[in-house]
Design a protein around this ligand. Structure first.
Ligand SMILES: [Fe+2]
Length: 368
């Protein structure tokens, strides 16, 4: 019955009369660092999330040349640590935050370069949209980075990268830096100036122990907060999505929605998300498929991996090509449209929102 009553009208209705005594009261608040709720309610408790972050698209055709230019001009090494360029949401006041919780960056490593080892509380992953030849060494375990792979560096694991080839390589990094910065929870420690192991094995120790479908090593029966798998290979992701669409054609309930296959990368010890603060998924749409319009609490970033299409965010359509990255802030409506078969990598802060019981989703029912 009161649905039409907004904070504006409520605030307006209850504002006290402007008198000298009231001004004196407000001066007293200011002097003692106090702010009354009744002048702030609309900002502090909006009817629904009103993010300062805005929907935004970064074109790969802009990102990659700038990363390449950084490769020419900016050395990588101790101190700066990484040649990583953060995506700064235009709504977040010049911080390198893609959203209030998430960091997303393009990282670039030149031929034969090494990014030194360090560790931090912040959880990190890499996703490779193109290229190969870099190994990331995570707690002493060298992990090959190749196209379509998701690589994990959970919080407080030592990690460095080295390029074993004469070609540069770029990839994207995702971290929970804004979340940890805003909550003052981060620690950082330098490690080896070189990586601790320059071996270039095809499969990491973590994969050799854990990556056999449906099989858990008895040496690993203790659940771990983050996944023990350092690399989720494209070969398996692609196969899983291909099978979902084939099963759908056979009339089996295998896809999220008609024409929309998707997988979530999981921690095999728990079946839950790969890391405590970040969810990673991969989505594949059949050509011509459009997803229903959704709103979700929390923020999401996508990167186009293959194909072309569009995203509609807050009613505005953006054309998408390979490598393009876009952020969908909390409660902003969005829908994907596939021109060709369309592959997208996705990460979000959903584990935080779900753990703290803030998660909500609204899916619009299309008009018939
Ligand atoms: Fe790092």
């Amino acid at each position: 019955m009161n649905e039409s009553v907004t904070h504006d009208t409520v605030e307006h209705a209850m504002q006290p009369e402007d008198t000298p005594a009231l001004r004196e009261l407000y001066d007293g608040f200011e002097k003692h660092h106090l702010i009354p709720l009744w002048t702030q309610l609309g900002d502090l408790m909006p009817i629904h999330p009103k993010p300062r972050a805005v929907p935004h698209l970064w074109k790969w055709s802009d990102l990659l040349p700038l990363a390449e230019k950084s490769g020419e001009l900016v050395p990588v090494g101790r101190g700066g640590e990484r040649r990583a360029i953060g995506l700064a949401n235009p709504g977040l006041g010049g911080h390198a935050y893609v959203s209030p919780t998430l960091w997303a960056a393009i990282q670039y490593l030149g031929p034969r370069e090494t990014a030194p080892e360090h560790r931090h509380s912040q959880n990190a992953f890499r996703f490779v949209v193109e290229g190969e030849g870099v190994w990331t060494v995570v707690n002493g375990d060298p992990v090959r980075m190749s196209r379509g792979d998701l690589l994990l560096t959970p919080g407080w694991y030592f990690h460095g990268h080295h390029n074993d080839t004469d070609q540069p390589m770029a990839w994207i990094d995702g971290l929970d830096i804004p979340f940890s910065q805003q909550n003052d929870v981060g620690f950082f420690e330098f490690g080896s100036d070189r990586v601790t192991d320059y071996a270039t094995p095809r499969f990491s120790q973590g994969e050799r122990l854990w990556c056999h479908p449906g099989l858990r090593p008895l040496s690993g029966l203790q659940d771990t907060v983050s996944s023990p798998i350092g690399a989720y290979r494209w070969e398996y992701t692609d196969r899983a999505l291909t099978e979902q669409l084939l099963l759908e054609e056979e009339g089996q309930p295998a896809t999220v929605e008609q024409g929309h296959a998707a997988i979530r990368y999981v921690n095999p010890t728990t079946g839950g998300d790969v890391m405590p603060t970040i969810r990673c998924e991969f989505h594949r749409l059949r050509a011509g498929c459009a997803t229903p319009t959704r709103r979700e609490v929390g923020s999401t970033v996508f990167q186009v991996f293959e194909g072309s299409g569009a995203v509609v965010m807050d009613g505005v359509e953006h054309r998408l090509d390979i490598g393009d990255m876009f952020v969908i802030p909390s409660w902003i409506s969005w829908s994907l449209q596939a021109e060709t078969q369309f592959d997208l990598f996705r990460f979000s802060d959903a584990p935080i929102m779900e753990r703290l019981n803030f998660a909500r989703t609204h899916v619009e029912v299309p008009d018939r």
